[in-house]
Design a protein. Structure first.
Lengths: 414, 281, 295
């Protein structure tokens, strides 16, 4: 028995060796990421370009599923860090920076003139006066709609300036009569509902107030919070009924099939809409309507980032790749492939009409929010999004929800 | 025999039984059949809304897609590399502990035995944080051995219960006779008891294989990337990427289920003997 | 070999045989239980320093509505999961015949138990899926509107339990089939001559003989109900808004998930779950102890 065990040990060790010895003599850079299929193809193309220019470097992309990655990153950063890892700008990056898990890459910024080229995103990458990663893409949120659904319900199409909020809510009633969900979402993973809430909050009380809310400075039981939920209540009856059991991609399918008219989403979903068969003819985009007149318009524009980890085994080549990803050409190419906006201002924005609409929307926006779960600390974000989801299912529980959220606020922000 | 054999009942009763039996089975396995069929349903059928009709053709390419586009092969390999040492390790350890607890009388005997039994029932969550921490600090996080060592240790609880009761049921006179002859204790273990343990070893091996293959919790807690993730964790991660691609989810599920199912059908007698130990006096 | 060894062999041997297994078990199972209890008194994010906060984690639990929901769901799990015992007995009786091919039937009925719970969870998610899941479509045919079980906060837990019962019933069935195989035929015949049949036969003659099988069935079912992690994780992740959470998943969510990393709070939840399990475990151990010492 003992001999057998020893044999098994040796066999296991041999197998482990064989898997790690595959990378021959190239210098390996391990890169953990969380791409959906379309961006994955885009990044693989970038990596191929980089490897062609640097034949002695082997970038090993290790792709995780998007939701699972958010859990996995904590584990691998503390235990078995790769050289590069995907993450997000802003508050979401803070715990890892504070815990010393990301590497200071201010030198990459300085050496490549990124302070200038990436100036719009510089603030969200800075903590303690240092830069902790590079942004490579961002995208607008807004309302995507299906023109065919408008026709089917006999509703007049939104004009250039979109529709007013009152008109939007009134239209919802018409969609309902036609058996079409006015607004669709898939809240199984929670975050899609936060997009709706964020816009209602930004439009009802403005950017500064919204930032105060996510920073824990405003009570969830405040009258101004209740005002946001009062607007939320207007559209609550028109949201896809089974949203809690479906993912955002499932909801995208509902929009494609014309079973739903509007979808408050990020521009990354356009790929899914078009893959499902929509074209520029029947897919529309509008900026979320104004609610409180005269408020300066703020938009959601989450920035995706790449970081060198503190435990990177090959930081030099990792930084080389970082500089490459930050470059104007690479960002032009990647963002054209994934239909998103480059953060490098010397890059060219793609020809896609939705991209242009988004670029126009963000260029003259008053301010940009990252997203609820990036602006608020993790525990508050989770409780908040559960609250939004619950409100959509059980609107009569509003008071209990807000009290609960304020209780969490008391515990989270100390 | 209970209930009364159907052969002693009326002709009608026999007919009803003959029809009810396959019908009940189909109902019972209905969800599984649905998944098996979906796994060979072409994606175009799903897109066209043909979820439950006859597939327009048998799309074996779904399985090809799974192997080509995902680390499925790696996951399956990982599962074997974790499972096999666990089976060997926990069976080896428990042969010894079971022997010690069944053959020798000493004061702490029952106490230790019940500690193994109780430990085998504790919720995993009470072990999670410290075990994860220890695995991290030993540098075994996200490795086969990190996972296998924990499984070996934990399964020793159940295996000890099993082995001890099995050895207890062996004729003790054999051991007594050997002792009178002056045979050393380890020789008694090796040459007298061990050869009699074959059925127990077989039964436990198939059981532990299935338990470990199907483990999801520890796979989630102790591994994180396809390099070491077993198939259960891998499938869960793929499920996050394949939203609405049920033909792929189904094919992956069938692949994950195959090894334990094959094990069960090949070793059915041992499997059931292991599972039902103690169900009869 | 030394004389000391010769003289004391019988006394030392058990400890030598026990040493490796006991050591492993202590390191990975026994000691971590106490470490978890210790950690439950700290505030710790798994990255930085631990901060001693006494019983604050336990105090927070009492006002945490998710904790209440999880606890309530655990009780629902426990009660409904025990349905596996009579259901498994029923199927075992149904299958305890000697018609041709019955062996294959028995193994196919047992099938669900062999498959991983991850797969079972995926199978049932598909079964329940809104708009195209089989159950959804059947209900839609019958009533006009489909029900998305996992989207409904009042139904999600029951939907998951139904998925869990499937393999559990199979397990109980196989226990009872083995038990029925060993029922003394002479007693059954004697009772039959006395005119006992049907329910009375089952209750007064068969069930008492099946007691060991019933004991094991109850033990594995209770443990299975309280361990319910895999299905919750795969099917709902505790949602919608925590309504299908159970302690075993909530602990994981608090300690290791995306929005969690409160190791101390997670450990405290685990301690509570451990306490609940210990009530049952002590019961089983007590019964086994009695059997052992009687023998």
């Amino acid at each position: 028995m003992v001999h057998k065990l020893a044999g098994a040990l040796a066999l296991g060790a041999a197998l482990m060796l064989s898997t790690s010895a595959m990378a021959q003599d190239k210098r390996v850079v391990k890169y953990n990421a969380d791409y959906d299929p379309i961006p994955l193809a885009g990044m693989e193309a970038l990596i191929a370009d980089f490897e062609a220019a640097n034949p002695d470097i082997d970038i090993q992309l290790n792709n995780f599923d998007h939701e699972g990655y958010k859990t996995a990153i904590r584990n691998f950063l503390t235990t078995d860090p790769p050289d590069l890892a995907n993450w997000y700008a802003g508050n979401r990056m803070a715990p890892f920076v504070s815990a010393g898990l990301f590497m200071d890459v201010s030198d990459v910024w300085a050496d490549n003139g990124l302070d200038e080229a990436l100036s719009s995103a510089a603030a969200s990458m800075t903590q303690d006066g240092k830069k902790w990663g590079v942004p490579y893409t961002y995208y607008q949120w807004g309302i995507y709609y299906n023109r065919d659904a408008y026709k089917a319900a006999g509703v007049e199409l939104p004009g250039e300036a979109g529709v007013t909020w009152d008109q939007f809510v009134a239209n919802c009633e018409k969609f309902k009569a036609a058996g079409i969900d006015c607004i669709t979402t898939g809240s199984k993973a929670l975050w899609p509902v936060a997009g709706i809430f964020d816009y209602l909050s930004l439009r009802t009380n403005g950017y500064e107030w919204h930032m105060d809310l996510t920073a824990g400075k405003v009570a969830w039981t405040d009258d101004k919070t209740k005002a946001v939920f009062a607007e939320f209540a207007k559209i609550q009856p028109y949201v896809t009924a089974n949203h809690a059991a479906i993912d955002w991609q499932d909801a995208a399918a509902l929009l494609v099939q014309g079973k739903a008219a509007h979808y408050v989403m990020g521009n990354f979903a356009v790929g899914n809409f078009k893959e499902g068969g929509m074209t520029d003819e029947n897919l529309g985009f509008m900026i979320f309507p104004e609610i409180t007149p005269g408020l300066p318009r703020a938009e959601e524009a989450p920035t995706d980032t790449i970081h060198v980890t503190a435990g990177a085994k090959n930081p030099d080549d990792a930084k080389k790749f970082l500089a490459f990803v930050a470059s104007a050409d690479a960002q032009t190419k990647y963002n054209a492939a994934v239909n998103q906006l480059p953060t490098n201002k010397n890059s060219t924005v793609g020809e896609d009409p939705f991209l242009k609409a988004g670029f126009a929307s963000l260029s003259n926006a008053y301010a940009l929010a990252q997203f609820f779960d990036r602006d608020a600390p993790a525990e508050m974000a989770k409780a908040g999004m559960e609250g939004f989801q619950q409100f959509l299912v059980q609107p009569d529980q509003l008071d209990a929800i807000l009290e609960r959220l304020d209780q969490v606020r008391g515990q989270v922000y100390k | 025999m209970f209930p009364r054999p159907i052969q002693h009942r009326s002709q009608t009763a026999q007919w009803v039984y003959a029809i009810a039996l396959p019908l009940a089975l189909i109902l019972w396995l209905f969800p599984l059949l649905g998944v098996a069929i979906t796994s060979v349903r072409p994606a175009s059928d799903l897109a066209a809304g043909n979820y439950f009709g006859i597939p327009s053709y048998l799309a074996w390419e779904n399985y090809g897609d799974v192997f080509r586009n995902t680390p499925m092969l790696q996951y399956i390999k990982n599962s074997f590399i974790v499972t096999i040492p666990t089976v060997i390790g926990s069976v080896a350890l428990s042969l010894m502990t079971g022997f010690a607890l069944a053959v020798y009388k000493f004061r702490a005997n029952l106490l230790i035995f019940f500690m193994f039994v109780a430990g085998n029932f504790v919720p995993f969550q009470i072990l999670m944080v410290p075990v994860r921490d220890m695995t991290l600090s030993l540098g075994m996080y996200n490795t086969y051995w990190g996972l296998a060592l924990f499984h070996i240790a934990f399964q020793t609880g159940f295996c000890t219960l099993f082995m001890r009761n099995f050895i207890k049921a062996l004729p003790f006179e054999l051991i007594e006779a050997a002792r009178v002859e002056g045979v050393a204790e380890w020789r008694i273990f090796w040459f007298i008891v061990l050869p009699l343990m074959r059925p127990a070893i077989a039964a436990l091996s198939v059981l532990i294989f299935t338990f470990i293959w199907n483990d999801f919790f520890w796979a989630t807690v102790l591994t994180t990337s396809p390099e070491a993730q077993p198939i259960t964790a891998g499938l869960s991660s793929l499920n996050g990427q394949w939203v609405a691609a049920w033909h792929l989810v189904s094919a992956g599920s069938i692949l994950a289920a195959l090894p334990p199912v094959a094990m069960f059908f090949l070793m059915q007698k041992h499997f059931i003997a292991g599972l039902t130990l103690g169900a009869v006096k | 070999m030394s004389t000391y060894w010769k003289a004391n062999q019988r006394r030392l041997a058990p400890w030598l045989f026990l040493a490796p297994g006991l050591l492993m078990f202590a390191i990975y199972v026994i000691i971590p239980i106490f470490q978890s209890m210790w950690i439950s008194f700290y505030d710790w994010d798994g990255l930085g320093e631990k901060v001693w906060i006494g019983t604050a984690n336990y105090a927070e639990m009492t006002s945490d509505p998710n904790m209440v929901t999880s606890f309530k769901n655990n009780i629902i799990w426990l009660v409904l999961y025990l349905l596996a015992v009579p259901a498994g007995l029923f199927i075992a009786i149904f299958l305890n015949q000697t018609v041709s091919g019955i062996r294959i039937y028995k193994s196919l009925f047992f099938f669900p138990f062999v498959i991983s719970q991850v797969v079972v969870g995926l199978i049932f998610s598909w079964f329940y899926a809104p708009n195209f899941g089989l159950l959804y479509l059947v209900i839609e045919k019958l009533t006009g509107t489909g029900i998305a079980v996992l989207a409904d906060p009042d139904l999600a837990t029951y939907g998951i339990i139904a998925a869990g019962l499937w393999p559990q019933i199979a397990y109980v069935m196989i226990l009872y089939l083995t038990g029925l195989n060993n029922v003394a035929p002479d007693q059954v015949e004697a009772a039959r001559l006395d005119g006992a049949k049907g329910w009375r036969m089952l209750w007064y003659v068969i069930l008492p003989q099946l007691r060991p099988a019933t004991f094991i069935a109850v033990v594995v079912t209770v443990i299975g109900a309280l361990r319910s992690f895999d299905l919750v994780s795969i099917m709902t992740e505790g949602g919608p808004f925590g309504s299908s959470n159970v302690l075993s998943y909530y602990m994981y969510e608090k300690a290791l998930s995306e929005y969690g990393y409160r190791m101390g709070y997670g450990a405290a939840i685990a301690v509570v779950l451990f306490g609940i399990m210990m009530i049952f475990i002590s019961g089983f151990i007590w019964k086994m102890w009695r059997d052992e010492t009687e023998r």
